[in-house]
Design a protein around this ligand. Structure first.
Ligand code: ARG
Length: 261
């Protein structure tokens, strides 16, 4: 009986060990696979948007260079923003690439590379709303994208939050009067508001001068990918130092705020 139990325990250990190691990704295993799969939610210009069926944007330009430097092919998967980090954690995808804020909360569940830029959360309102600063928001309804740091921040600070699956829907909630403000990262806000205002000059939106927060963006990997994360972080630091990332931002006509590292 004792023998059987020992045998069963040994078997269990082997099974759990293989289960653990299946999530471990090294530079060698990556090279052997020959490709790296990034997941993105392409409703976030200028970081990721759709051009026909192609995903384009700052994050994609950066990853074309990173994957080339890693010596592997780039595979892009599209999914809703709130599926990305769970997908990374489960090992289904290699990297979350989606203007993702490297928040302390998320660091408990995923490994982040060194940040590649700084961003802020902007507050968008209708131009004639009379809302001019954070303090004017009170308990007015605010739309945000589900699973974002805009949602986390607004909920944690007691705002009256309506969550939407995409930024396009969060914007529509504001323009159709379901909400009175929309909180979204600054560069996406600038582009989406400019597009809206060009098409709807009679019902313009404005971005308030006062932002909600300031936060760093980084790429997310699963625990167990330390070696690849170090390699990618080195590449990012080089791309910041030699001006490559700033050049990519400039090619989209947007300002670049480098993180400190
Ligand atoms: N920076 C915010 C966050 O990490 C929003 C990112 C939204 N990205 C996107 N591709 N929709 O929560």
């Amino acid at each position: 009986m004792k023998k059987i139990i020992t045998l069963l325990l040994a078997l269990l250990m082997v099974v759990s060990l293989t289960a653990c190691s299946s999530n471990e990704k090294t530079m060698a295993s990556l090279k052997k696979k020959g490709s790296i799969t990034i997941a993105t939610s392409p409703n976030f210009p200028p970081f990721e948007t759709l051009n026909g069926t192609n995903v384009i944007g700052i994050d994609i330009d950066i990853w074309n260079i990173i994957s080339e430097k890693l010596g592997v092919e780039l595979v892009i998967e599209q999914m809703s923003f709130d599926s990305i980090l769970p997908g990374v954690q489960s090992g289904k995808i290699d990297v979350g690439v989606s203007g993702i804020t490297a928040s302390e909360e998320r660091k408990k569940n995923v490994l982040f590379t060194t940040p590649y830029c700084m961003a802020a959360q902007a507050i968008v309102v209708k131009a004639d709303s009379g809302i001019t600063c954070k303090a004017d928001l009170g308990d007015k309804a605010i739309s945000v994208q589900t699973g974002t740091t805009s949602e986390t921040f607004c909920l944690a600070n007691g705002y009256n939050v309506g969550s939407y699956g995409s930024n396009t829907d969060a914007e529509m909630a504001l323009t159709t009067g379901k909400t009175e403000a929309w909180v979204i990262d600054d560069l996406s806000a600038a582009e989406m508001v400019a597009n809206w205002n060009a098409e709807n000059p009679d019902a313009p939106l404005v971005i308030l001068d006062e932002p909600m927060t300031s936060e760093p963006y980084a790429y997310a990997f699963a625990f167990g990918s330390e070696e690849i994360v170090n390699e990618v972080s080195k590449i990012i630091e080089e791309m910041i130092t030699d001006g490559t990332i700033e050049g990519i931002f400039a090619s989209y006509g947007v300002p670049y705020f480098a993180p400190e590292f």
